[in-house]
Write a protein that binds this ligand. Sequence first.
Ligand SMILES: Cc1cc2nc3c(=O)[nH]c(=O)nc-3n(C[C@H](O)[C@H](O)[C@H](O)COP(=O)(O)OP(=O)(O)OC[C@H]3O[C@@H](n4cnc5c(N)ncnc54)[C@H](O)[C@@H]3O)c2cc1C
Length: 431
Amino acid sequence: MPGLFFYKLFCKRALVCDMISIMDKYKYLIIGGGIAGTTAAETIRGKDIEGSIAILGNEKYPLYSRVLLPNYLEGTAKKEDVFLRKEKNYKEKNINVFFGNNAVSVNTKEKRIIFDDKKEIFYEKLLIATGAKPKKIDISDFEGPDVFYFQNIDDAEKLKEKIPEVKKIILVGGSFNAIELAEAFLKNGIEVSLLIRGCSFLGGAFDDASNKIIEENLKEAGVSLFFNEEIEKIKRDDVLKNVITKKGNVYSFDLLVFAIGIERNTKFLENSLIKTREGVVVNEYLEANVPDVFAAGDVAEFYDVVLEKYYLFRNWAAAFLQGKIAGLNMVGEKTLCRHVSGYNVVNFGLNISFIGDVKKDKNTKVVKRGNLENKEYEQLFLRNNILVGATQINMNKEKGIITMLIDRRMDLSSYLDKLNDVNFNLKDIIN
Ligand SMILES: Cc1cc2nc3c(=O)[nH]c(=O)nc-3n(C[C@H](O)[C@H](O)[C@H](O)COP(=O)(O)OP(=O)(O)OC[C@H]3O[C@@H](n4cnc5c(N)ncnc54)[C@H](O)[C@@H]3O)c2cc1C
């Protein structure tokens, strides 16, 4: 078999080396194939047409929109609308993808990533864009085919399969995701009870007046709401499934869906030198504490130059923008991450948003404005008389100007007596 011998020899000398360098080492390696990771890869390709790029993602699919998943569940978006890329799009851009692979550890000294199947890849520049996952209830009894979390398209598919046989759903949580899911389920003809641990929606950013508007809107739509309820136990027999709360109340269900917050996907970095807190700690250029390592999207705990503190976003637009900025920084185009971000849902017709920093502390002054009868209401959050954030209900026409004011960090001392008057045009501050 002389042919084979020479082929092997040739491979040894040249091809295999090349193949190894192409297959096992990438100039740019991206962990996480969501919007942040994909945007980074595409941005890099736009700037460096030759450098090898790979995306390593633990989901089996090309990029899809998580934002549209509640609509898919509700039946107002088709599956093909949810997908934003096809496999061929990556090939066209010469971006290698390893879908369905988990990164389990990172060795930054050797610039090496280890997969769950023991495969290894070396990198020159690494982006961590691993997003977040739902927080789970840490009690074993809670697991079961009737308990769900909602993060990805597989969860949506499984829930969609269940929907025809479900009459009652208990949704746990007061987050944006929880109220979006309530709408999706209700529109499928399912009875929905929302159990909230505290007495407000969205982790306390909204005040009593805002909560009342959201609550009434959900109730009018047909959602049953129960505040100050924390689940303690589940009891299942052949006929009945009940949750029992710490107050001793009993609620029956066919499906139990938790939307009780998120945690960032950083566990695989535990034994690495990369600094993590709630997320991967990065500076205003999205660079980590270790050279050639970057983070973007939900997983990035980045230094926000507008808010002048470390902050974590959890929204699509911010993840897209950070992916782009990380990509530019990875090719050496030093680009500052400066962006005022927010979140918006339309829930049973009510337009609910927050912008900027809505975490209140002892230095936060809150100015309230709006017209409660029309369900229009806004809170402006100021620190040292500088606007840092806002919550809005049906007031999104002011979103642009509020975003601009937050970004400009103007001292609003001389406007404090006017801000709570809804007839005062915020645009007059900068005109
Ligand atoms: C149901 C739902 C509805 C939403 N609705 C809205 C909305 O209306 N508006 C809005 O602005 N935002 C919304 N969001 C939030 C928005 O989708 C996220 O902010 C955005 O997707 C974050 O993008 P990302 O690329 O940072 O992370 P992700 O989209 O989470 O992507 C990260 C990827 O990395 C993978 N990964 C994690 N760990 C590893 C590992 N160790 N190895 C390999 N891969 C890994 C993850 O599985 C995932 O595929 C919603 C989110 C959900 C779940």
